[in-house]
Design a protein around this ligand. Structure first.
Ligand code: ATP
Length: 299
């Protein structure tokens, strides 16, 4: 019994870390689903996305949530991400931004309120179909000690080589790979090629694109990027968001100026919402953050 317990316990630890880091191992997640706190309801139906070419409409309605009793993390949060649009969430560390994404992916269930995707409450649909519809580009990507081709194909094990190359092209890492001595067969990881933060994130993007998700969650890396890479990422983000519904958990305001909607979170509540221009004109919390960021860049 103890022999079984140890690996299961170990898997439990990994599972918790995956949930926390919003990592891109949702496939592994299903293997590791040793905690039964989230279960499909009897007769759960697959999520139906009305317009696959546009992405679903996503709605948080009066959502309140806590991880631990007596410490409310989200307080009566309501917002809508219309189909095919980009919503960015900004706010201080600990405000609850990543929690929104964890709830959408149903790593946890809300205590009150509901989350609707194309009018279907996510607690009523199968977890498999929900997670299939959502692609997460995590801050930090797990790479396996295998070829770079394998690492991309991990996003969809049934993908053809052509599809892997196409995803790599869309993530703008194809040219880099082609210049490697062994191309897509180049080993990465501990005993192989070391990838930079930016390259790793591109692998993550390619992996996610391969999954062809109707909805995308982009967890922006906290680490600073040089201005050239940052500009490239802004463009990539717009390309990625095309034809799908997108939620960006943003750490840099400059990457989200084109978002259709920006939500400013503070202590688990949305305190401001609007476009970049509207929020600057409002002269509130966002405008303050923007000025502060400008000052940091100038200093
Ligand atoms: P950051 O910008 O630093 O990533 P965030 O706005 O994304 O922060 P969240 O990760 O959503 O913040 O966390 C919101 C709050 O919930 C924090 O106070 C955090 O300590 C708490 N929290 C997060 N995960 C857990 C957990 N698994 N158990 C208990 N509390 C948690």
């Amino acid at each position: 019994m103890i022999q079984l317990y140890i690996p299961l316990n170990f898997l439990g630890v990994i599972y918790r870390e995956i949930k926390q880091a919003l990592t891109d191992m949702d496939r592994m997640f299903s293997l590791l689903n040793t905690e039964k706190e989230i279960a499909d309801v009897p007769n759960a139906q697959p999520l139906h996305v009305n317009n696959q070419g546009r992405g679903p409409d996503v709605r948080f309605e009066n959502v309140s949530f806590h991880y631990e009793a007596k410490r409310e993390i989200l307080k009566d949060v309501s917002f809508n991400i219309p189909a095919g649009t980009i919503t960015a969430v900004v706010g201080q560390s600990g405000a609850g931004k990543s929690t929104l994404a964890r709830l959408l992916f149903r790593f946890y269930d809300v205590q009150s309120g509901k989350i609707l995707i194309d009018d279907q409450n996510i607690v009523d649909v199968t977890q498999l179909s929900l997670r299939k519809a959502i692609g997460i580009v995590p801050q930090d990507t797990v790479l396996f000690n295998d070829t770079i081709g394998y690492n991309i194909a991990y996003g969809n094990p049934n993908a053809s080589i052509e599809e892997v190359h196409e995803a790599a092209r869309a993530a703008q890492i194809d040219r880099f790979i082609k210049h490697l001595p062994e191309g897509y067969d180049t080993q990465v990881g501990e005993r192989g090629l070391k990838l930079s933060g930016g390259e790793k994130q591109r692998v993550a993007i390619a992996r996610t694109l391969l999954k062809k998700p109707a909805m995308l969650i982009f967890d922006e890396a906290t680490s600073a990027l040089d201005s050239k890479t940052e500009r490239a990422f802004q463009e990539e983000l717009l390309g990625l968001a095309k034809n799908r519904t997108t939620l960006i958990i943003a750490h840099r305001l400059s990457t989200i100026i084109h978002a259709d909607q920006i939500l400013v979170m503070e202590h688990g509540q949305i305190v401001e919402r609007g476009t970049h221009t509207e929020l600057l004109a409002a002269g509130g919390r966002y405008a303050e953050m923007w000025q502060m960021q400008e000052r940091i860049v100038l200093d």
